[in-house]
Design a binder for this molecule. Structure first.
Ligand code: ACO
Length: 657
C-alpha cells in the first residue's frame, strides 16, 4: 500500500465501483437497512451493491451474502454497520476477501474509552493493505459516483465543494441545509474517531480529485500540528481550503493574557497555522458555504481594483464598508471610464465607486455598465447590487448579468447581491447556478469576493523562501547548555546578548568589569555615555535592586556607579551571585519591541513579535507565527502589529505650538 499515493489509497472508499454493506438489516428502522436503501435510492448501480447478512437471503430486492467473502465480485468499499464487538470479525473477512477500502459506521470504540479495540481495527486494516474511515461515522456521501453509503436522509446536490466533518451530526444536518440553499457538494465525509484516515488524508485526496474545486472542513481539533501544517501547505497550493474551527471562545479567555510565552493559546495557534498556510478560517457555516461557492465558481482576479455597480445608495454604502472589512479594494474610477458609464444612468446617477445607476436602472443599464467595466483592463472584479424595484425584473436582470459575464472575453470575478423577496431568491439561484455567485446581502457578496482575493493573494506570495541566517549555532548552544547545566532557565544579560549576536542580531557589546578601575577602562574604550548593569544569574529585575546606572559621562562617574551598584546588591540581594558589572554603550532611546516564543502542545514552537516595554500586557500588540517561518511569514507578522507603523516612521498628527 505504501507505494500507492493517498489519492489511490482513498479512491476505493470515496469513488468506489462496488459497495458491500456488512450488517445490511432486514428491519427498515435499523441503520444497516437505511444505508442499503440510501445506496439504492441515490442511483448507485444496483448490480454493484452487495448486502451482507448471514440471516437473510434477500434485502430490498438484492441478493444477500452470508459473508463478504462470498461475494463473487471485487469489492472496492465495505461499509460496516454491525455492533462494535463484531466489527473485528467482519473486518478480518474483508482482509481475506481483499476489499480495497472500509468505512466503519459503528460506534463504541475510542469515544467510549475502547482505545485498544479501535487500534486493533487499524492493525487488521494494515494487514489487508487497505485504509479505514471511522469508526463512529455517519458514512460517505459521494455525488460523483452517486454513493450514499450513509444514514443521511439523502445525497446532497452535486457540486464541486468537498465537505469533511469531524461532527457526524453536523454532516447530516448540512445535507438538508445545503440542499435548501442549492449548494452543491462533491462529497460529504464524516471522519469520526479518525482511527486511520484523518482530515489530512482526505484533504490530500481532494487536492487531487478532479471533481472537487474547493475543500471545506469542520474541525474541532487535530492531533498532529506538524502534519496538519505540512498538509495544508501542500493542499492550498492546489485548491482553496476553508476551515470552520470550533472552539474560538477559549481564545478570548485564555490566549492573549500573559507575558511572552504564555501569550499563546491553542485556538490562537490554529488561527496562526491557518493564516500561515493560506487556509481560510471562516466564522460560521454560512460563510463556509458562501465563500466556498465563490471560490468554486469564480476565476481568480488579476489585480486589486474592484468596482461596485448598484441601483441603491444604501446598498452601495454597506458594500463599501464591507470592502474595507474584507480587504476588497475599491478603485477610483478614471475619468474616461466614468464618461463611458454615464451612458447607463440618469444625470443624477454617480460614476464614483460605487457606481450608482439609481433606482431607475433597467436590466439594459446594468448590462451596459457591467460590459463596460468587464471590458476595461483597469477593473479586476465587480460587485453588483440590486435592490428590488418595480422598474426591473430580478429574473431578467439575472439573465442580463449572466449574458454579460458569459460574453466577456476576459474572465473576471463577478459577485451579485439581490436584495428583496422571493423573486430575488429565484434570480440568485439562476445566477449562482450559471457561475455568478449571488447572495441575499451586500456584505455576504463582498465577504465572498474577499475570500477569493485572500486566496489569490496567498497564491501570489507562496514560496517565500526560508530565511538563511549566518548562525554560529555552536556558540549559542554552548551558552545555553552551560546555563542548563547550572540549573538555570534564564540567561543573563550578557549571555543573551552573545546568543543574539551568534544569530546575527546586532546588540551592543557587553563586556564584564570586575572592578571600578576595569569598568572605567572599558568605558573609555566603548565611548561615553555608558550604562552599567549588574551581571548575576540570580537577579532578573535589576532596577528593583539598584543594579543599573545609566548615562555615565566620564571615568569618575563610572567608578562611583560601579561601587554604588556593588553596595546596593550587598544590601538588597545579599544572596545573589555577582559575576561583575556590564559596561555598555548608552543606546539612544528607540521603540521597545518584544520577541517571544511559546511551545504550543499541538503546533510546537510559536514565535511572537510586538510592542515591548512595561505596557506589553495592556496593549497586547503582538502577532504570532509557527516556526519555522519563511521570510514572508516574518514580514507579515511584523506588519500585523501597530508598532510596525511606528517603526516605519509614522509621526501622527502634527501639534501646533
Ligand atoms: N455480518 C453481517 N451482518 C451481521 C453479522 C455479520 N457477521 N452479524 C449480525 N449481522 C446483522 C444482524 O443480523 C442485523 O441484521 P437483521 O436486523 O436483519 O437481523 C444487522 O447485522 C445489524 O445488527 P444488529 O445487531 O441488529 O445491530 P443494530 O442495527 O442494532 O446496530 C449499529 C448496529 C448501527 C452499527 C450500532 O451498533 C451502532 O454503532 N450505532 C451507532 C452508529 C452511529 O451513530 N455512528 C456514528 C454517527 S456520527 C453521529 O453521532 C451522528
Amino acid at each position: 500500500m505504501s507505494s500507492k499515493t493517498i489519492y489511490e489509497q482513498i479512491s476505493p472508499i470515496l469513488r468506489p465501483n462496488s459497495v458491500a454493506v456488512i450488517g445490511a438489516s432486514r428491519s427498515p428502522e435499523k441503520i444497516g437497512h437505511q444505508v442499503l436503501r440510501n445506496l439504492i435510492e441515490a442511483g448507485f448501480p444496483k448490480d454493484k451493491i452487495y448486502p451482507v447478512n448471514p440471516k437473510a437471503d434477500q434485502i430490498l430486492g438484492l441478493k444477500c451474502y452470508p459473508s463478504v467473502k462470498d461475494i463473487p465480485d471485487e469489492v472496492d468499499l465495505a461499509v460496516i454497520v454491525v455492533p462494535a464487538k463484531i466489527v473485528p470479525l467482519v473486518l478480518r473477512d474483508c482482509v481475506e476477501k481483499g476489499v480495497k477500502g472500509v468505512a466503519v459506521i459503528s460506534s463504541g470504540f475510542k469515544e467510549v474509552g475502547r482505545v485498544k479495540e479501535e487500534q486493533e481495527l487499524v492493525e487488521i486494516a494494515r494487514k489487508g493493505g487497505f485504509r479505514l474511515l471511522g469508526p463512529n461515522i455517519v458514512g460517505i456521501c459521494d455525488t460523483v459516483k452517486k454513493v450514499n453509503a450513509s444514514f443521511c436522509q439523502a445525497l446532497p446536490l452535486a457540486g464541486e465543494i468537498a465537505f469533511i466533518t469531524q461532527s457526524g451530526a453536523l454532516g447530516i444536518a448540512l445535507v438538508g441545509w445545503t440542499t435548501l440553499r442549492r449548494i452543491g457538494l462533491s462529497d460529504l465525509v464524516s471522519i469520526g474517531n479518525k482511527a486511520d484516515i484523518d482530515e489530512c488524508d482526505l484533504m490530500l485526496f481532494f487536492a487531487d480529485d478532479p471533481y472537487t474545486k474547493v475543500i471545506t472542513l469542520y474541525l474541532e481539533g487535530t492531533s498532529n500540528g506538524a502534519k496538519f501544517i505540512d498538509t495544508l501547505r501542500k493542499v492550498v497550493r492546489k485548491k482553496p481550503v476553508l476551515i470552520l474551527k470550533a472552539g474560538r471562545a477559549e481564545r478570548t479567555t485564555k490566549a492573549i493574557q500573559s507575558h511572552t510565552g504564555s501569550l499563546a493559546g491553542s485556538d490562537l495557534a490554529y488561527d496562526v497555522a491557518l493564516k500561515q498556510t493560506g487556509a481560510i478560517r471562516v466564522p460560521t457555516v454560512v460563510e463556509l458555504f458562501d465563500w466556498a461557492t465563490a471560490l468554486a465558481k469564480l476565476p481568480l482576479p488579476k489585480g486589486d481594483n474592484a468596482s461596485i455597480i448598484t441601483n441603491g445608495g444604501g446598498a452601495g454604502v454597506m458594500a463599501t464598508d464591507a470592502c474595507e472589512k474584507y480587504d476588497v479594494k475599491l478603485m477610483d474610477v478614471p475619468p474616461d471610464l466614468a464618461e463611458k458609464l454615464r451612458r447607463f444612468m440618469p444625470p443624477f446617477g454617480s460614476v464614483l465607486n460605487p457606481v450608482d445607476l439609481t433606482g431607475m436602472a433597467t436590466e439594459e443599464d446594468y448590462k451596459g455598465a457591467l460590459e463596460t467595466v468587464l471590458r476595461d483592463d483597469r477593473v479586476h472584479s465587480v460587485i453588483i447590487l440590486y435592490c428590488h424595484t418595480a422598474v426591473t425584473s430580478p429574473i431578467k436582470l439575472a439573465e442580463a448579468i449572466i449574458s454579460a459575464v458569459k460574453e466577456s472575453p476576459v474572465k473576471k470575478p463577478v459577485v451579485v447581491s439581490m436584495i428583496g423577496g422571493e423573486e430575488c431568491d429565484q434570480a440568485s439561484d439562476i445566477l449562482t447556478s450559471n457561475g455568478v455567485p449571488s447572495y441575499p446581502t451586500p456584505e455576504q457578496a463582498v465577504a465572498s469576493l474577499g475570500a477569493v482575493y485572500k486566496y489569490a493573494r496567498y497564491l501570489k506570495k507562496v514560496g517565500g523562501g526560508e530565511v538563511k541566517l549566518e548562525v554560529d549555532r555552536k556558540r549559542a548552544e554552548e551558552i545555553i547548555r552551560r546555563a542548563v547545566a547550572e540549573g538555570r532557565s534564564i540567561l543573563t544579560s550578557s549571555e543573551a546578548a552573545e546568543v543574539a549576536s551568534a544569530y546575527g542580531i546586532p546588540v551592543p557589546r557587553k563586556p564584564i568589569a570586575k572592578s571600578a578601575e576595569e569598568a572605567a577602562k572599558l568605558a573609555e574604550e566603548i565611548g561615553y555615555p555608558v550604562v552599567l548593569e549588574v551581571e548575576s544569574p540570580d537577579i532578573l529585575h535589576k532596577t528593583e535592586v539598584g543594579g543599573i546606572k545609566v548615562g555615565l559621562k566620564n571615568a569618575e562617574e563610572v567608578k562611583n556607579a560601579f561601587n554604588e551598584i556593588m553596595n546596593n546588591i550587598k544590601r538588597n540581594a545579599p544572596e545573589a551571585r555577582v559575576w561583575g558589572v556590564i559596561v555598555r554603550k548608552l543606546i539612544k532611546q528607540g521603540k521597545e519591541t518584544i520577541i517571544g516564543m511559546h511551545r504550543d502542545p499541538i503546533f510546537g514552537p510559536m514565535i511572537m513579535f510586538g510592542s515591548g516595554g512595561i505596557y506589553v500586557e495592556i496593549y497586547k500588540d503582538v502577532a504570532f507565527r509557527i516556526a519555522p517561518l519563511t521570510l514572508e511569514d516574518a514580514k507579515e507578522m511584523v506588519e500585523e502589529t501597530k508598532v510596525y507603523k511606528i517603526l516605519s516612521g509614522f509621526r501622527g498628527p502634527r501639534l501646533r505650538h
